[in-house]
Design a protein around this ligand. Structure first.
Ligand SMILES: [Zn+2]
Length: 149
């Protein structure tokens, strides 16, 4: 998962469109939460309502699922597990092999690796405000049934 500056044009959307049949050719999307250790990012303490809404997306609305897992490469006090697993309540999700998508108030498609939940919960990454707003508003992307999930 290569680094992308927040709200840069999402990479490889044409390839994803070809491989997954979605989004339609010519669609545009912006990247969120494609972090890397060598790039600083803004931080803030996340609130529970946001984490709840984001966890729901990761658990039930993951898209662009792939077979391999990307793990968090940011610094950790102790070595992280090979596959990042997060829990909220009695639910558990393995992160690092899918994306989540929301639609901003202005209509922009925002796509983030589902590791964004870990980045926010553990590393206090502050995503762009339009992403936070879209997640809290639960404007999720609904791809064609059976195509991506
Ligand atoms: Zn981490």
């Amino acid at each position: 998962m290569p680094y992308q500056q927040d709200l840069a044009t999402y990479p490889n959307l044409e390839m994803i469109s070809r491989n997954f049949g979605w989004p339609p050719p010519g669609a545009a999307a912006l990247a969120v939460g494609r972090l890397a250790p060598e790039h600083e990012f803004p931080t803030t303490l996340p609130d529970d309502a946001f984490l709840d809404a984001l966890f729901y997306l990761c658990a039930h609305r993951s898209i662009i699922r792939v077979r391999s897992f990307h793990n968090c490469l940011l610094p950790h006090a102790t070595r992280p597990a090979a596959i990042c697993v997060v829990r909220r309540g009695d639910e558990e999700v393995r992160l690092g092999s899918a994306e989540i998508g929301v639609v901003a108030a202005g209509g922009e498609l925002l796509l983030a690796p589902n590791l964004v939940f870990h980045y926010i919960e553990e590393h206090h990454y502050q995503p762009p405000a339009i992403f936070t707003e879209a997640v809290l508003a639960r404007r999720t992307i609904t791809p064609p049934a059976g195509v991506l999930l």
